[in-house]
Write a protein that binds this ligand. Structure first.
Ligand code: DC
Length: 231
């Protein structure tokens, strides 16, 4: 069967990764979380003291960017991909509140995006890939055969994030998470390079009131429709 590229873009914490991961598993495609790559660069900056308070040392990061190697490996137990930064599994660390609150300015830097987009395009060369992010359907794979633009209200997304962190034992104030979600939405949509926007040929999915099962069913239908057309 002909393989395609599936681009899933949307706001933070709207369940993109869960749906992209499940879809990839179901159809036997590779799943790539492009946000994890920007998070890994941010973790590198924190570890290498490239933040002074909340200010990123841009020229310092520019000098280091070629030393940052990001890869994904499937976890034997969970069958889900883990993110590796220079050979170290950083899947847990890149989900911390510290990384979440520092990632937006890092992902807004042109040279960071150029490096990540090149890596993402190389990963999609053979197709058979589901990639989620902010600019996958617009910049990384403008010719992707299936593009989905996901949205949900900020409050619902903050609640999902709150539940996720709580389940991991992290006790974080809901208001703080909501502010972080809103702040990231604003930066993601208003940055100069590759702002988050719906590609003109992307299908819109508002999942505020959908269950994971309903969402999955909708997604599989879209996938099958595209595959049928290619036959
Ligand atoms: O999806 P996420 O919350 O893990 O993404 C982390 C950050 O990276 C978020 O602030 C937006 C940014 N990002 C991006 O700019 N482009 C992408 N393709 C994916 C994520």
């Amino acid at each position: 069967m002909k393989k395609i590229i599936i681009a899933i873009d949307g706001f933070s914490s709207c369940g993109k990764s869960t749906m992209a991961k499940d879809l990839a598993k179901e159809i036997g495609y590779i799943y790539i979380d492009s946000g994890a790559m920007y998070r890994a660069v941010t973790l590198y900056c924190i570890q290498n003291k490239l933040f002074l308070d909340n200010e990123i040392n841009i020229s310092g990061l520019e000098r280091h960017i070629k030393d940052i190697h990001i890869t994904f490996k499937i976890d034997e137990k969970t069958q889900r991909p883990n993110t590796y930064l220079n050979g170290e599994n950083v899947e847990e660390q890149i989900r911390s509140m510290e990384v979440s609150s520092k990632v937006s300015p890092v992902s807004a830097l042109g040279f960071v995006r150029t490096a990540m987009v090149a890596l993402q395009q190389a990963m999609g060369k053979e197709k058979g890939i589901v990639m989620d992010g902010r600019d996958i359907g617009t910049t990384v794979f403008p010719k992707a055969e299936l593009k989905i633009y996901v949205t949900a209200s900020a409050e619902i997304r903050a609640l999902r994030r709150y539940d996720e962190l709580k389940a991991k034992g992290q006790n974080i104030d809901f208001e703080r998470i909501l502010n972080n979600v809103k702040e990231r939405d604003y930066i993601d949509q208003h940055r100069e390079v590759s702002p988050l926007k719906r590609a003109s040929d992307a299908l819109l999915l508002d999942n505020s009131l959908l269950t994971i099962a309903e969402q999955k069913e909708w997604l599989m239908k879209q996938f099958e429709t595209v595959i049928q057309k290619l036959k």
